[in-house]
Ligand binder design. Structure first.
Ligand SMILES: *Cc1c(COP(=O)(O)O)cnc(C)c1O
Length: 416
């Protein structure tokens, strides 16, 4: 098929041009298991393939493009900025960086902000702060959760509670203790056994299939941190900035974290990570202790300021929650009819455990039907639609799943 010719067939295989596949195979290090789709453009809630076919995007770059692709407000802000100043250096002041820090602080714990370029770097900063803070007391361990994901650098891989990801790179950093989410006795044991510098957790374990950490457990962890002079840190790289129906997921549980890490959706698709550091830790790092060449640079900052404008629009969080409820209700028949075991959700972050290990096959069939989904395991599908998703788009995905997994035909007026 010739590239860039619109392909409007109702059901057809996705497309990768032979040249792109050959170049990628030969020259790109194979660290990703790619899906067979070559993307050339994004428009709001859709990605467009090299053959012109449109795909409803329920992956959003894993909760990066939360306001859809190429949102005009973000595009305009970046266009304007790149004509003025693309980069200077953190040797100099820029108004945008200071303003972005103020707005992130106002949205969260009133802290001060360190800017990096990714989720891993945001967590890396939090880990370094926790370590340095207890340095003169002889150090201390950091507690993280089993099945957590905190990044791919050596420190964040060490923090990540997944042995299988660590095995090839051992020895990992020896400061981390992993506790199962909800295992309060196990957590108390770690605090009893020795000095703890920090507790670090995702409020919802995203990469492990949207597993909600029990709020009571998080509240107890926060209490233990306060009692033991440790930092309470939440990794909101995936859950943050509206995804869970609040600026941050922790706000739905009335927590008060010392450090909040963010990235993914923060700059609307440009690389940015940030650690928002509250009063108990904001004097730990001084000049020369940490830094980043690109962190908080003018271009990504312009993008992030535009994203925060969108985030602060009236009624957004209510809409996220009601669309999330709609999504959850569409899954209920799957459970009733024995195709799914469990549905988990917070805001517009959702997953379904299927009763058979067909998640990867469903991802492929969804692509044939013009829908992009993500599998986090052989039997778990994850749903991360844009926060701006329309009710009809959610219905379309629900109809697809019902038809594929239970053989129920979809209602004629809902066919697209
Ligand atoms: C994606 C993710 C990270 C890592 O972010 P990168 O930008 O890929 O380094 C860390 N923590 C959580 C919870 C994530 O979802």
């Amino acid at each position: 098929m010739a590239p860039h010719q619109p392909n409007n067939e109702a059901n057809s295989a996705p497309f990768v041009s032979a040249d792109t596949r050959a170049l990628d195979d030969r020259y790109v290090l194979p660290t990703y298991g790619r899906l067979p789709l070559e993307v050339v453009r994004g428009e709001a809630g859709e990605l467009i393939g090299a053959d012109g076919r449109r795909y409803l995007d329920f992956v959003t770059g894993l909760s990066v493009s939360n306001f859809g692709h190429c949102h005009p407000h973000v595009v305009e802000a970046v266009r304007k900025q790149v004509g003025h100043l693309i980069h200077c250096s953190n040797l100099f002041y820029t108004r945008g960086q200071a303003e972005l820090a103020r707005r992130l602080s106002a949205l969260s714990n009133g802290g001060k902000v360190f800017f990096g370029n990714s989720g891993a770097e945001a967590n890396e900063a939090a880990i370094k702060i926790a370590r340095k803070r207890v340095r003169d007391l002889g150090g201390g361990g950091i507690v993280t959760l089993e099945r957590s994901f905190h990044g791919r650098t050596m420190a964040t891989l060490s923090a990540t509670g997944q042995r299988e990801k660590q095995a090839a790179f051992a020895p990992t950093l020896e400061v981390f203790h992993h506790v199962a989410a909800g295992d309060l006795d196990g957590l108390i044991d770690v605090f009893r056994a020795g000095r703890v510098a920090a507790f670090l957790a995702e409020p919802v374990l995203g990469e492990s299939g949207v597993r909600l950490v029990p709020p009571d457990f998080l509240r107890e962890a926060q209490r233990l941190c306060l009692e033991n002079d440790a930092l309470f840190i939440v990794d909101e790289v995936q859950t943050g900035l509206g995804r869970c129906g609040a600026a941050f997921a922790y706000q739905r549980y009335d927590l008060e974290p010392d450090i909040i890490t963010v990235a993914k959706s923060l700059a609307g698709g440009f690389p940015m990570g940030a650690a928002i550091v509250g009063t108990r830790a904001w004097d730990v790092l001084g000049p020369g202790d940490h830094g980043s060449t690109f962190g908080g640079g003018p271009t990504v900052v312009a993008a992030a300021l535009a994203v925060l404008d969108l985030l602060e629009e009236d009624g957004l969080f209510e809409r996220v929650e009601s669309r999330g409820r709609q999504l959850e209700e569409l899954f209920a028949p799957l459970v009733k009819m024995g195709a799914a075991r469990e549905v988990r959700r917070l805001g517009l972050m959702a997953a379904v455990d299927l009763t058979r290990p067909v998640a990867q096959e469903m991802v492929a069939r969804a692509m044939d039907a013009g829908i992009l989904l993500n599998a986090t395991s052989p039997d778990t599908l994850r749903f991360l639609p844009p926060l701006t998703v329309a009710a009809e788009e959610i219905q379309r995905v629900g109809d697809f799943l019902l038809a594929e997994l239970t053989g129920e035909p979809k209602a004629p007026e809902e066919q697209q």
